[in-house]
Design a protein around this ligand. Structure first.
Ligand code: GLN
Length: 310
């Protein structure tokens, strides 16, 4: 039997691996990724998270020549993690425990939805909408259904004079959001509340400059058709929008006018096909104006922004 180049090292220090053994593991992981239609870049993402190997030495494969590479986890555990990615379709972001989002690095766990690239645009839309309204840049803003805290943190970053209020019904999600705020040093910029939508914000009636939300919007019957990464691992609480997907959005349309000040911003993310029903809900409510639909980078109608009538 050929000698396992790693066996001697493993006996001494399970977190040390030879460059050659790691290269061999990567080759095999890449084959599995291709066969299972998992993006192969995720292997290098994982390797960069658990070692000091940089992108260039991954690309040139020069790490192969190193005698020892120190991992943050035992080598055998790396294989177990990758097994979960391939066999259980566990998202890479949950395996590494964090994800980049806008200019931030956010901790995530299965208690929170993994912040998506398209959701990054919500912050840009909010910034653009208040560009010529200095009064809206400094007051109270709410992120309803904050999850990992991504939107609240994006707003805190973009609006240095605003106070952000982040609400989630899940205590586990809120704990992640608070850790993210602490890690970024913005705990004093964001107030966290456990509760349902506007419920904990009674003290802010008529005061909000803006309400931003990425609510659950997938129709219940479609959840099982989503990618297995989403359907099996992400919290259904953050995805399931009821029979037509619009339960949460209907509530936000109905309640927000009591909380927004005149001219205040109402801004949400939604799924393909929901633009017209959401616009209709806002119009028939009668307390919104300048209702606009915006596309995401894939060209899908993804966001609706409106102002509370003055
Ligand atoms: N964009 C998410 C998805 O595609 C859904 C997020 C949500 O329901 N708010 O799975």
């Amino acid at each position: 039997m050929p000698e396992n180049p790693n066996s001697k090292i493993q006996n001494i220090e399970p977190n040390l691996v030879s460059g050659l053994a790691l290269w061999q593991w990567r080759e095999q992981a890449q084959q599995q990724a291709i066969a299972s239609q998992v993006p192969i870049v995720e292997i290098d993402w994982l390797l960069q998270e658990i070692s000091d190997i940089d992108r260039l030495s991954l690309r040139l494969e020069s790490f192969k020549d190193r005698d020892f590479i120190s991992l943050q986890i035992p080598f055998v555990e790396l294989a177990c993690l990758w097994e979960q990615r391939i066999r259980d379709r566990r998202p890479i972001q949950y395996l590494v425990g964090r994800t980049p989002w806008r200019n931030l690095l956010l901790q995530v766990s299965p208690a929170v939805l993994i912040p998506r690239p398209e959701t990054e645009l919500l912050i840009d839309l909010a910034i653009a909408a208040i560009e010529n309204h200095p009064d809206l840049q400094q007051g109270h803003w709410a992120d309803l259904g904050t999850g990992s805290g991504a939107i609240a943190l994006g707003l805190a970053n973009a609006l240095p004079y605003a106070v952000i209020h982040a609400v989630d019904v899940s205590a586990d999600a809120l704990a992640i959001a608070q850790q993210n705020a602490e890690f970024l040093g913005w705990s004093d910029r964001i107030q966290f509340y456990q509760g349902s939508w506007f419920e904990p914000l009674g003290h802010l009636r008529g005061e909000l400059c803006g309400m931003v939300s990425n609510p659950p919007y997938i129709p219940s019957a479609l959840i099982t058709d989503l990618q297995p990464e989403v359907a099996r691992h992400e919290p259904h609480l953050a995805l399931d929008g009821g029979e037509d997907g619009l339960d949460a959005i209907r509530l936000l349309v109905a309640i927000a006018p009591r909380y927004l000040r005149s001219g205040g911003i109402w801004l949400i993310e939604m799924m393909a096909g929901q633009a017209q029903p959401v616009v209709n809900l806002l119009k028939s409510n009668g307390r919104y104006q300048n209702i606009q639909v915006y596309k995401d980078l894939a060209g899908i109608d993804r966001f609706v922004l409106a102002h509370r009538i003055a």
